[in-house]
Design a binder for this molecule. Structure first.
Ligand code: CO
Length: 306
């Protein structure tokens, strides 16, 4: 009985070793240019933006998230914040808020190989650039994400300008008469991203001469002083004031509509205009969601072509 067992074990070992040499070793030999066999791609899309602690909506980017999910039902669409402060405050309120590196690290451990990071910035300014730098650090990791693509901000290219101008004009309330002006106030950007604002202004003027683009920072051509002078030159009496910002958050509430001496509302009122606040953020406009969706589609296509 014991003897038979030993014989059997020897024969078994011989068979296993032979099988290994015959079939497995040739498979293990590295082929030229193909160190590890490529995994089947697993794709996700992350919407990345500064975030806000002051919005009325629980998820201010829901319209954009739903629009992209409808167009790409096979791709999970997640939200990530770039502001540590906003993330911390939202977490303290019990929200499941995460910063961009945390979301990308989690996707990496879940076996996601391809990630499109869609910017929800308005212009290609410094915040957009630093978001891209952070996201690219997660590409080409040996065991994690292989490919990262970046979706352009709202005013990322020349072809975005006319549709965004049309979206802004369509967003104005029907009570506005043709003699009444509209001023859209954006954040402003110091770098080349700031050029998006005069481009948008030019596009607005081709459709509606009494619409203006102002900024909180940046070029003097979009400062309250310049815009007030332009409004006076056009003999305007009533001004619809609207944010050129994603959400009606801190900047909109304080720097545009606030009661402080420096706010746009205060300065326009002091200059003699009747100010009508139009407190709708860009993320709530359907045409803006459509624009971000087409940028997300391009970012997903870029993942395939990398
Ligand atoms: Co700011």
């Amino acid at each position: 009985m014991h003897r038979f067992h030993t014989m059997g074990r020897k024969f078994f070992l011989f068979t296993v070793v032979s099988f290994f040499i015959l079939f497995c070793l040739p498979l293990m030999a590295p082929k030229a240019g193909q160190a590890t066999p490529p995994k089947a791609p697993k794709t996700a899309l992350v919407l990345a933006y500064f975030g806000s602690t002051m919005t009325e909506e629980a998820n201010p980017v829901a319209l954009i998230q739903e629009s992209i999910a409808r167009k790409h039902p096979e791709v999970p669409v997640l939200v990530a914040f770039t502001s540590a402060h906003v993330t911390r405050v939202l977490q303290q309120r019990g929200q499941d808020a995460k910063m961009l590196p945390e979301v990308l690290a989690a996707l990496s451990t879940q076996g996601v190989t391809h990630v499109a990071v869609q910017s929800l910035h308005i212009t290609p300014g410094l915040e957009f650039e630093s978001m891209g730098t952070i996201a690219q650090r997660f590409a080409n990791l040996p065991k994690g994400i292989q490919r990262i693509s970046i979706g352009a901000p709202l005013l990322g290219a020349e072809e975005d300008v006319a549709p965004v101008a049309a979206a802004l004009l369509a967003s104005l309330p029907p009570q506005r008469t043709p003699q009444e002006a509209a001023v859209f106030v954006g954040h402003g950007a110091a770098g080349p991203g700031g050029l998006a604002y005069p481009a948008l202004q030019a596009a607005l003027w081709t459709e509606s001469p009494l619409t203006f683009v102002g900024t909180l920072e940046g070029a003097s051509t979009s400062s309250p002083k310049t815009i007030i002078a332009a409004l006076k030159a056009k003999k305007v009496t009533t001004v619809w004031l609207a944010p050129l910002l994603g959400t009606v958050g801190d900047h909109a509430r304080n720097d545009i509509f606030g009661s402080g001496a420096e706010s746009w509302a205060t300065q326009l009122t002091a200059a003699g205009f009747t100010v009508r606040p139009h407190t709708v953020g860009l993320f709530a406009l359907p045409q803006v969601a459509t624009r971000f969706t087409s940028h997300a589609t391009a970012a997903l296509q870029a993942l395939e072509n990398q």
